[in-house]
Design a protein around this ligand. Structure first.
Ligand code: NAP
Length: 273
């Protein structure tokens, strides 16, 4: 049974300076949440968004230092800021991501750090505050490209079998250059590093959900959204504006209490990993 919607009280959004993150920050604020706007560049990038929300009568603050989710020190500094400033988010939206073509060491490293490891560093930084306040919701914006079906079959099996974060990290270590146990590009399509990183994000959500009974964890594919990331002409032709992708993401966050944790969603429906 789906519980009554419960708006978020205080939500952190990563990559909130543009694209879907910007639209999600506004959607969350319009639903009544106080939004902590973060951006890789920090400074004016986050301040301008928070100021625009406040100018519309919404509740928002900027985290002014850069929050580069692929940089552990940057993530830890944000966690320390929240603790020191008594900012107690009950919702974390891991939205920031990169999507690059190719399978070089640098491309794979950026994809894994930004799209898969960063969201979990951030979750771990905010979990103590969520636990102290009786729970929370961690939603990671994933992608259909991360569905296991797109990956080398042995990699699918190993990701499915990973039950702990160290096991997942070992699988990722074997997948990436120079070991490449699953081949030189273990996923279909022009952006295999992105597909691997989103599959890892989904597996990590499942693992985190099993570890953290008091916090709801989920991954969501927003569908094709007309942002800078959506460059494939076919996808762009069917893509929706960022505002239109917001309601199904908010639906999940607001009904989290009545939905199973550790799952993957699209259009308000659970989909398979
Ligand atoms: P986008 O317009 O390219 O925006 C990406 C955002 O992530 C930007 O704010 C960017 O900041 C930020 N970012 C990148 N690296 C970062 C880092 N290391 N630290 C902090 N922020 C970082 O893409 P989008 O379409 O809005 O993507 C939002 C989410 O939706 C992503 O998770 C993406 O994978 C997912 N998604 C999108 C589509 C689609 O069709 N667009 C489809 C499926 C899933 P800068 O401005 O500093 O670069």
């Amino acid at each position: 049974m789906v519980a009554q919607p419960a708006p978020c009280r205080c939500a952190v959004v990563t990559g909130a300076n543009r694209g879907l993150g910007l639209a999600l920050a506004r959607g969350l604020a319009e639903s009544g949440a106080h939004v902590v706007v973060t951006a890789r560049e920090g400074g004016r990038a986050s301040s301008a968004v928070a100021a625009a929300l406040r100018a519309d009568g919404l509740s928002a603050e900027a985290y002014v230092p850069p929050l580069d989710v692929g940089d552990l020190r940057s993530v830890r500094a944000f966690g320390e800021f929240c603790a020191a400033a008594a900012v107690a988010p009950d919702a974390l939206v891991n939205n920031a991501a990169v999507c690059e073509e190719g399978w070089s060491d640098a491309v794979v490293r950026r994809a894994l750090r930004t799209n898969a490891l960063g969201p979990f560093w951030l979750a771990r930084a905010l979990l103590p505050g969520m636990r102290r306040h009786g729970g929370g919701r961690i939603l990671s914006v994933s992608s259909g490209d991360g569905e296991l079906a797109y990956l080398h079959s042995a990699l699918q099996d190993d990701l499915r079998a990973a039950r702990t974060a160290p096991q997942l990290l070992r699988v990722l270590g074997r997948a990436r250059p120079p070991r490449q146990r699953y081949g030189a590009a273990p996923a279909h399509g022009p952006t295999p590093a992105y597909a691997l990183s989103k599959a890892a994000l989904n597996a990590g959500s499942r693992i985190l959900a099993a570890e953290e009974a008091g916090v709801w964890v989920g991954a969501v594919c927003p569908g094709d959204v007309r942002t800078r990331m959506c460059v494939d002409p076919e996808a762009r032709a069917r893509a929706v504006p960022a505002d239109a992708a917001v309601p199904s993401v908010l639906w999940l966050l607001e009904r989290a209490a009545g939905l199973p944790s550790g799952r993957f969603w699209r259009d308000r429906e659970e989909i398979s990993f």
